[in-house]
Design a protein around this ligand. Structure first.
Ligand code: NAD
Ligand code: DAU
Length: 365
């Protein structure tokens, strides 16, 4: 039975902290919503525009909880964001709403500027106005957690790792828009004292990821007997983190992190793309043999490279581990089996997306 809005607010107030989560219908945002509302019992206000990437079925497991509220708005809409702060009086913000796909940013960068830069600016300004009006004790405890990416640091060669002190060298329109947003977040801490923390995370994978990203692209293509499109020579390297470990890291940083600080988050699981695709084939071969003696590897197909394709990302998360005590909880191999099993068991989730997304190659400019 539906619970009235004022009753939900009352219940969530009695449960404890209330968090405004932007982008909570997306891949990582929905994991964060599930983690904070179900796992930690926090009050959660999910603010999401429901772009092509937003999907309320990803938060369906918690959407009837009394401590969960959905607000369907654009973070660029200042009046709406302002009203949401005043109506729900959050104790913290976790800002994930963004245009997130590098290939789309190559084909059409304008929405990246709009949401990632202007949207972040709007959210920071509304947060500042709300925060300035809080009593002293609430002002001290308030946090604005800005969720960003390791791509702001650019590309690495064969050696070295990104640290919190690495220079910003964004290469794609997506990375440039996230870098700009990070700078705004930093400036709002230094100029206005808003208690901002910035996180820069490596590649996430796991359940509920939109099938334009590499891992679900390969899983679904394999399941449907289509070619597995590996960009370039497949030797580019990414560092993979399970999305639920990212959500746990954000909880750790929100509750223990220091305002004004930056924390890098990584999975300590660097793999060449071709190694990841071969691992997916191996898991598919064991979970759902394709009927003949052929392996899913036979579907691997090298295609033209992404323009400006960053060669390697590798994140040192020593600061997060040493200062706040977080570590990833599972290996990439365990996480990959869990993820592939989830896509096998949740065909309705991705088939409904396929009705509006045809999986055509993006990012050739
Ligand atoms: P996603 O594309 O799956 O989800 C983005 C969500 O934001 C969607 O629900 C969408 O509807 C919402 N949204 C987009 N524009 C909006 C707007 N103007 N107003 C309100 N809502 C809007 O993205 P994701 O992969 O879950 O990434 C979430 C965040 O984490 C992003 O900020 C991204 O830059 C960052 N990040 C992602 C990864 C990764 O590997 N996916 C890694 C590091 C950091
Ligand atoms: O590093 C963090 C970033 O990781 C996040 O900030 C981004 O939001 C997220 O999308 C991701 O960016 P990538 O570009 O690394 O992810 P993607 O899944 O698009 O690609 C991963 C790698 O796989 C990359 O080297 C390109 C390659 N690739 C991708 C696709 C979609 C392929 O070889 N084939 C594909 O079909």
């Amino acid at each position: 039975m539906a619970i009235a809005l004022d009753q939900r607010l009352h219940l969530s107030q009695s449960i404890g902290m209330k968090i405004l989560i932007t982008g909570g219908a997306g891949f990582i945002g929905s994991a964060v919503v599930r983690h904070f509302s179900r796992g930690c019992g926090f009050g959660v206000i999910n603010l999401d525009k429901l772009t092509y990437a937003g999907n309320l079925s990803s938060v369906e497991p918690v959407s009837n909880l009394p401590n969960y509220i959905f607000e369907h708005h654009d973070i660029c809409d200042e009046a709406a964001v302002d009203r949401i702060f005043r109506a729900h009086a959050p104790d913290a913000v976790i800002h994930l709403a963004a245009e997130s796909h590098v290939d789309r940013s190559i084909d059409g960068p304008a929405p990246f500027l709009e949401t990632n830069v202007k949207g972040t600016f709007t959210l920071l300004e509304c947060a500042r106005s709300y925060w300035c009006g809080l009593p002293d004790s609430a002002r001290d405890k308030f946090r604005f957690l800005h969720v960003s990416t390791d791509e702001v640091y650019g590309a690495l060669g064969a050696e070295g790792q990104f640290t919190e002190n690495s220079q910003y060298r964004p290469n794609s329109p997506y990375a440039a828009s996230k870098a700009a947003a990070d700078h705004f977040a930093r400036a709002w801490y230094h100029t206005y004292g808003l208690p901002v923390i910035v996180t820069n995370c490596s590649n996430n994978y796991g359940p509920f990821q939109f099938p334009e990203k590499m891992i679900p692209t390969m899983i679904l293509a394999g399941l449907e007997g289509r070619q597995l499109p590996v960009y370039g020579d497949g030797k580019n390297i990414r560092d993979w983190l399970h999305v639920e470990d990212h959500a746990a890291a954000l909880y750790c940083i929100l509750t223990k992190g220091v305002p004004g600080e930056v924390y890098n988050i990584g999975g300590e699981a660097e793999r060449q793309n071709i190694e990841v695709v071969e691992s997916i084939c191996e898991v598919l071969d064991s979970l759902i043999p394709n009927g003949s003696s052929a392996s899913y590897r036979d579907l691997i197909h090298f295609v033209s490279d992404r323009p400006g394709h960053d060669y390697r990302y590798s994140v040192s998360c020593d600061k997060l581990k040493n200062e706040l005590g977080w570590t990833p909880s599972r290996s990439f191999e365990e996480g990959l089996i869990q993820t592939i099993s989830w896509y096998l068991e949740n065909r309705d989730w991705w088939r409904s997306i396929q009705k509006r997304y045809d999986g055509r190659r993006q990012g050739l400019g």
